[in-house]
Design a binder for this molecule. Structure first.
Ligand SMILES: O=P(O)(O)OC[C@H]1O[C@H](OP(=O)(O)OP(=O)(O)O)[C@H](O)[C@@H]1O
Ligand SMILES: Nc1nc2[nH]cnc2c(=O)[nH]1
Length: 195
């Protein structure tokens, strides 16, 4: 564990107040892994006929998307889709489309950019939705992957880190819209999910 790793204590009022979270990944570790992913994806997509379209999944992927795109060595275009399925720390089991992409993705190389795959419901939904528009290729990159709990129909092509089944915040990930701007990633104690 690097010396820059700290704990985080939840300070806002509510059911989680006072809880101590562990730092899972420091800013340095995050940025190093983003660069590795960017190099690998740039290499895999370097022969694309047109610039690949990166589709960021709002809100959580905002910082990962920005860091990844800027670290890539090939030209890319960006678009965003917004879905929602979480209440506090639990999936409702239903993915709701809040804002669709505006790009035409037919015959284009598309990369869905996610901050986290947990149950996998969001990515299952997004893959189906994108494939219905016949892209030339469709890939998924997720920065975090709760492999042991996900019910993905198809594994993400690119994974930042496989993590245990603990609720995490920071680097875009929120708890009731808070903590997204933290530069490190923090995890609740195991089995600490609450409705
Ligand atoms: O694999 P799943 O269980 O579907 O979870 C993953 C999704 O959950 C989060 O989104 P959320 O609905 O919390 O919205 P947000 O990105 O705006 O925080 C995250 O950004 C993923 O899109
Ligand atoms: N903030 C946050 N959002 C999620 N969405 C799905 N899993 C998670 C998680 O562990 N943390």
């Amino acid at each position: 564990m690097s010396s820059s790793k700290k704990n985080l204590i939840i300070d806002h009022e509510g059911p989680f107040q006072g809880q101590k979270l562990d730092c899972l990944f420091s800013e340095q570790e995050i940025q190093a892994r983003v660069k590795e992913l960017a190099d690998q994806i740039s290499h895999d997509l370097e022969n694309a006929k047109k610039p690949p379209i990166l589709v960021g999944v709002l809100n959580g992927s905002l910082f990962f998307m920005a860091d990844l795109m800027r670290a890539m060595s090939i030209e890319t275009e960006m678009d965003f889709i917004k879905i929602s399925s979480y209440h506090h720390t639990s999936s409702t089991g239903t993915v709701r489309l809040v804002k669709d992409i505006s790009a035409q993705i037919t015959d284009r190389d598309v990369l869905i950019v996610e901050d986290i795959v947990d149950t996998g419901l969001s990515i299952n939904f997004l893959r189906n939705r994108m494939l219905s528009n016949a892209p030339h290729s469709l890939r998924v990159v997720t920065f975090l992957y709760k492999k042991e709990v996900s019910q993905l129909k198809k594994e993400p092509e690119y994974i930042g880190f496989v993590i245990p089944n603990r609720f995490v915040v920071g680097y875009g990930l929120d708890l009731d819209q808070k903590y997204r701007t933290l530069r490190d990633i923090y995890a609740f104690a195991p089995d600490n999910k609450q409705e």
